[in-house]
Design a protein around this ligand. Structure first.
Ligand code: KG4
Ligand code: ZN
Length: 338
């Protein structure tokens, strides 16, 4: 039966998202962001699940309307099974199950981290897809992983963070500077006006392809405290340089590990995803690496890189083609094997 229409639902953290795909093309990709968490400086799980509960029906409605299709035309429903916040995941999975059951169509579970990796296979004018095998790096507020991707359903984590995610390193540094949450995009903005070599921070020593960012955060905290003691206006007077230097060390940490992963695997295709891949410094550095090291790099459209349902839909489509369906008794999983 062709074409295949997949409704996808993503609710693993604080964004309620729904998308409709026609085969591997995105017809609609809707996200309701939850502003409520900003005043708390981080996601409050209980508030997130309540907001999902309010948002899910209108978000799915809008996604179907924008796609211009009726729910009776859907071939299957894909949802994020995990990992994520349990209360948030349950809203998405319960909704997906009920709708699939009422329409009597297949239900498809999707691993959120697989979806970040496979978002590169969404059909987009002018977007070259990576070829297997490739290296994927998912960098977001919740994750920092390097993945060797052999095929759609065969991939292994070859490096990951042992503590904070890289997005947290950005957000926590921003918080130290008194910037609002999430501070990553602001650090990026100010960094573009500053000198990345103004202040030196040291890279953590971590074995192999793994990462650690909690020490860097402490290093930045002490650095700021020491300087503010000497000059109360230190942050205001040097915001651009401080941001550029913080961003620079984070990029160096990431690049060191990608280089190591390329050496270890011999794979020179690097596909990045997750909210932090929006960072202009990271994008520029990767582009430079193409000519410098002969790599081919892939950075998807921003809306497919932060948490979204289109990426859940593309995995849903691939699974649909292989009849990888779920029983209606499937459960959400806060932690889930890769
Ligand atoms: O993928 P995402 O929207 O949500 C998850 O964490 O799963 O990623 C959000 C993270 C936040 O930490 C945010 O500060 C960071 O991505 N971020 C950035 C930029 N845009 C978003 N970090 C650095 N530079 C940016 N331009
Ligand atoms: Zn994510």
């Amino acid at each position: 039966k062709s074409p295949i229409y997949i409704l996808a639902i993503e609710s693993s953290c604080d964004d309620t998202a729904a998308a409709v795909l026609k085969d591997s093309k995105v017809l609609s990709n809707v996200v309701a962001r939850q502003g409520i968490h900003e005043e708390y400086g981080g996601v409050v799980p209980e508030l997130a699940s309540r907001a999902h509960q309010q948002n899910i029906v209108p978000v799915v409605d809008v996604a179907l309307k924008k796609a211009g299709i009726d729910k009776s035309e859907l071939s299957g429903i894909a949802f994020t099974q995990g990992p994520g916040l349990m209360g948030s995941l349950l809203v998405g999975s319960s909704f997906a199950k009920s709708l699939a059951m009422s329409l009597n169509i297949p239900l498809i579970s999707v691993h959120h981290m697989h979806a970040h990796v496979l978002a590169h296979f969404i059909d987009e004018e002018g977007y070259d897809k990576p070829e297997f095998p490739f290296l994927a790096m998912t960098i977001s507020g919740g994750h920092t992983q390097i993945i060797k991707v052999n095929s759609f359903f065969d991939m292994q984590i070859i490096g990951e963070t042992t503590d904070d995610a890289v997005g947290e390193a950005f957000d926590k540094s921003a918080k130290i500077l008194g910037l609002p949450y999430p501070g990553g995009p602001l650090i990026d903005k100010y960094a573009q006006l500053g000198n990345p070599k103004a202040y030196q921070f040291t890279k953590p020593k971590v074995d192999g392809l793994n990462f650690s960012f909690s020490g860097l955060k402490t290093q930045i905290l002490y650095f700021i405290q020491k300087n503010v003691k000497e000059n109360p206006n230190f942050i205001e007077e040097n915001t651009n340089d401080i941001c550029a230097s913080i961003q620079n060390i984070i990029i160096q940490i990431l690049m060191d590990k990608i280089k190591m992963a390329v050496e270890e695997t011999g794979i020179k295709q690097i596909a990045i995803g997750g909210g932090v891949s929006a960072n202009s410094g990271i994008r520029n550095t990767l582009k430079e690496a193409e000519s410098k090291y002969g790599w081919k790099t892939f950075v998807p459209k921003f809306e497919y890189t932060t948490d979204n349902a289109a990426m859940i839909g593309i995995v849903g489509y691939q699974k649909y083609l292989e009849n990888k369906f779920e029983d209606y008794s499937v459960t959400s999983k806060a932690r889930i094997e890769f």
